[in-house]
Design a binder for this molecule. Structure first.
Ligand SMILES: [Zn+2]
Ligand SMILES: [Zn+2]
Length: 252
């Protein structure tokens, strides 16, 4: 079995024809199960959660480009696909932007729905969208951002809202690294994931944004494996051709 545990529809269509193209690509690269999702920022139901980042003009411009749609469109699509038989197993979930301050609201919204999986991801550190622009890192306190990124990640895990932690070291995207050793942090995250029975992913997606190698930092991967955390391969595909991308280089 080969799972791609993070495949966005994003710019694709919620149609059987689109899923069939995804399955065709999965078959070509030996993937036997795809976890189909979209970001919560794509759906109107989650709009109140993003109020917290809209205070900032850069974030507001980013969010306002999203033009959210009703979640029912995704749910109806999932229900229709579930009725069909395919040579590849198809699961449906969401990639949820986690905000500590909005945890109660997220819990209330998510309690209304039943998904196969829920990936919790940190995309914002106290309002800073760390993967949105390299320039926005200028003058930032990198050590502080790493500390807060992993504090927020700890809160995410302890919330028990999610089945899996998304791209757990995505903060490295622009190759900014702290002056302090991350080994202790990786150990703490790994032991929490194990304690809370949560999986995580070895995600090749950053390479598409220019990061030099696919997946987790070797140190983090080694620690997660030693702790016995379940790790899934994940392409974070936003286009069909990226499904299963670089899986031959992702150890789990
Ligand atoms: Zn993400
Ligand atoms: Zn994603």
């Amino acid at each position: 079995m080969m799972i791609d545990a993070h495949v966005h529809i994003e710019f694709g269509e919620y149609t059987p024809a689109y899923i069939e193209k995804m399955i065709e690509r999965a078959c070509e690269c030996g993937v036997t199960e795809i976890w189909v999702l979209d970001h919560t920022h794509k759906f109107v139901e989650f709009k109140p959660v993003y109020e917290i980042i809209r205070a900032d003009a850069f974030n507001r411009a980013w969010y306002d480009r999203k033009r959210p749609i009703p979640l029912s469109e995704f749910l109806d699509f999932a229900a229709a696909i579930r009725k069909n038989q395919y040579p590849v197993t198809v699961k449906f979930g969401l990639e949820v932007c986690y905000f500590e301050e909005k945890e109660a609201q997220l819990r209330e919204i998510l309690s209304r729905y039943d998904f196969d999986f829920l990936i919790g991801s940190v995309h914002f550190i106290d309002g800073f969208g760390f993967d949105l622009s390299r320039e926005n890192w200028e003058g930032k306190d990198v050590d502080h951002l790493y500390r807060r990124y992993y504090e927020i990640t700890e809160s995410l895990i302890k919330s028990k809202l999610f089945t899996s932690l998304g791209h757990p070291d995505a903060i490295k995207l622009f190759e900014k690294y702290p002056d302090y050793e991350l080994t202790g942090t990786y150990r703490r995250i790994a032991s929490l994931l194990k304690e809370y029975g949560m999986a995580t992913e070895n995600n090749s997606g950053l390479v598409r944004y220019g990061f030099p190698y696919p997946g987790l930092s070797p140190d983090f991967l080694r620690i997660l494996k030693a702790e016995g955390v379940t790790i899934h391969r994940a392409s974070d595909a936003h286009k069909i051709e990226d499904i299963g991308r670089l899986f031959e280089r992702l150890e789990i």
